[in-house]
Design a protein around this ligand. Structure first.
Ligand SMILES: [Mn+2]
Length: 287
């Protein structure tokens, strides 16, 4: 069976299925995810959240203990300076609870995207949907966005198509997803997005992306439609084989899955209506 056109996501999903890519796919509960990792020493406990969209502070009281907190993008709604400052306040508030914090951007955090920050069209469209927000708040430049995000939070690192090794674990973070509305970090399906994934090192242990791979935690349930990235799925399964892949983006398909030797975590905190109804996901990384 020859590979379908990258734009035909339904056919790509059928193709991936026929290739056996989901044969061992199973859903795990939070309890199962943690129970598998008991009785070992030297574990690093990772707490995963994503898509907090200006509501990260709502989580503070119920954030689980851990060594490293990861946030897989969409901390803002319209990437304004005000929102980034508010998220920075949240990071400051929780910084003593974790040894390290790793953050990537998502499509809503488009002021981090050099091709989007000065194009206010996307901002204004979203602004009209986002009542209660000051119309005088502007998007900062990419440089200022990056400066504001981790300002004064020494144990926080922002990753944008780059790696970092923390506590012996190799992380790679990337904000890209297949084009999805007129926001940030859109790449065309097929070769264009594969070029982004080609930058991921083979030895990555925990991969952070904003968007899901095709077929795993990527279903827009309202429309019965999967929107994940086939190029990312192939990259993960055929080349990187990371122990964990943490993402968000498709809020309503939150959950923990395992296929082959990778655990896939859609850590989106809100549901499709942006209500913060999901729980942070916790796992122990065995070194
Ligand atoms: Mn989101």
């Amino acid at each position: 069976m020859s590979e379908p056109s990258a734009d035909n996501v339904g056919e790509c999903h059928k193709h991936a299925t026929s290739m056996g890519r989901y044969d061992n796919l199973e859903t795990l509960s939070q309890e199962q995810l943690l129970s598998e990792k008991l009785n070992t020493t030297g574990n690093v406990r990772i707490v995963c959240i994503s898509d907090t969209h200006n509501k990260a502070a709502d989580l503070i009281e119920n954030l689980p203990e851990g060594d490293i907190l990861v946030h897989s993008g969409d901390f803002t709604f319209v990437s304004s300076e005000y929102e980034i400052r508010e998220f920075n306040k949240f990071l400051k508030d929780i910084s003593r609870k974790y040894k390290h914090i790793v953050v990537i951007a998502g499509n809503h955090d488009f002021s981090f995207d050099v091709n989007k920050f000065d194009k206010s069209g996307a901002f204004m469209k979203l602004f009209r949907m986002y009542f209660g927000f000051s119309p005088f708040t502007k998007c900062p430049t990419v440089e200022v966005s990056k400066e504001l995000l981790c300002d004064g939070v020494e144990n926080c690192i922002y990753l944008q198509d780059e790696s970092v090794e923390i506590m012996g674990i190799k992380f790679y973070g990337s904000p890209w997803q297949p084009s999805h509305f007129d926001l940030g970090f859109n790449a065309k399906r097929g070769n264009e997005i594969m070029e982004k994934w080609n930058n991921i090192p083979n030895d990555t242990d925990i991969l952070l992306t904003h968007g899901p791979p095709l077929g795993i935690g990527d279903e827009v349930i309202r429309f019965g439609k999967r929107v994940g990235c086939y190029a990312l799925l192939k990259t993960i399964q055929d080349r990187i084989k990371p122990k964990y892949h943490v993402y968000g983006h498709i809020h309503e398909d939150y959950g923990i899955r395992r296929a082959e030797n990778t655990i896939y975590i859609n850590a989106a905190m809100p549901d499709a209506k942006y209500n913060m109804t999901h729980k942070p996901v916790v796992f122990d990384f065995i070194k």
